[in-house]
Design a protein around this ligand. Structure first.
Ligand code: SF4
Length: 305
């Protein structure tokens, strides 16, 4: 074990801390984590925490969700600049204005949003259960889906529901283009194409399977296929290769990195545990209003395949 890993182990024990990491984190950070998962898995993990400190290796909105679910436990985000550009494409004020135009609409908000936006929503969802969540909305009510237009578009196609879309998107997934998929397909004609629903609709049209990161792992592990073209953030190849060491994985696009997810390093995890900073907090009134939509999301099952 190298010196840095040893220091982190000692600090983790001294602080009685748990380290949660998203699948898009650097391999060195995923290796340190007690739990690695997708947004839904990590939000659920955050409800089961018995530790005295949570170190969240992800982006800001994920740490906020953990803080809302664990009001008495400090939540550390090792780099406060780890934000999410898609989450920044909507504010609570803009959402309130939009809601006034369609007061009958049920607001379904992707977990990739600020706590304040969640607080103005009826129910949250992740990419693992967005279809399920919308299916459970009474059929006569329109849905306003925020902030990811691509995920909302995918859910609209899967459910056939009347869904109004917010104009937000993930810059990382938006860079994955149909030409990338076609080029990889020419190189690896036997590989199955598996993409995340944050990808643009034209990319989804070329896929054999569309799933959240957790769903992609399960799909690739269960498939008889031995090779896959993966349409999501590049860090996800690492957990795929760990779970399925006998299969081949090819990144769909050479430019699908999320710089925000890569800000956190093992050194920053050590520094956070040492200084107990930076800590993510959510104002009490926002946390109170955001809790119910998050809990409804946790109560919904994952999408059916
Ligand atoms: S991959 Fe996209 S949605 Fe996820 S944190 Fe990065 S910018 Fe946000």
């Amino acid at each position: 074990m190298d010196t840095l890993t040893k220091e982190i182990q000692e600090l983790r024990e001294r602080r009685n801390a748990i380290i949660l990491a998203h699948y898009y984190q650097r391999p060195e950070v995923q290796d340190l984590a007690d739990r690695v998962g997708d947004s839904l898995g990590l939000a659920r993990a955050a409800t089961e925490v018995e530790a005295d400190v949570i170190v969240f290796c992800g982006v800001h909105f994920m740490a906020e969700t953990a803080a809302i679910l664990n009001p008495d436990t400090p939540v550390l985000l090792p780099d406060t600049k780890s934000g999410c550009p898609m989450a920044d494409m909507i504010t609570r004020e803009a959402l309130e204005e939009r809601k006034a135009d369609d007061p009958d609409a049920v607001v379904v908000t992707y977990v990739n949003s600020s706590a304040a936006v969640k607080a103005s929503s009826d129910i949250c969802c992740t990419s693992a259960n967005a279809v399920r969540v919308v299916e459970d909305v009474p059929a006569e009510r329109p849905v306003l889906f925020t902030p990811d237009r691509n995920l909302g578009h995918y859910v609209r196609r899967r459910t056939g529901r009347n869904i109004m879309l917010w104009e937000g998107w993930c810059p990382t997934h938006e860079r994955i283009l149909p030409e990338h998929i076609l080029e990889r397909k020419r190189e690896h004609p036997d590989a199955a194409v598996v993409v995340h629903p944050e990808c643009p609709p034209a990319v989804i049209d070329l896929a054999d399977a569309v799933a959240s990161t957790g769903g992609m792992l399960d799909y690739c592990a269960a498939s008889e296929c031995g090779a896959f073209i993966i349409g999501t953030e590049s860090g996800f190849l690492y957990p795929l290769e760990r779970r399925c060491p006998d299969k081949k994985f090819y990144a769909a696009s050479p430019v699908a990195d999320c710089p925000n997810m890569k800000r956190i390093t093992a050194g920053k995890v050590r520094d956070a545990l040492e200084s107990m900073q930076p800590r993510v907090t959510v104002p009490d009134d926002i946390a109170r209003d955001a809790r119910a939509p998050i809990e409804r999301m946790l109560a919904a099952g994952r999408d059916r395949p």
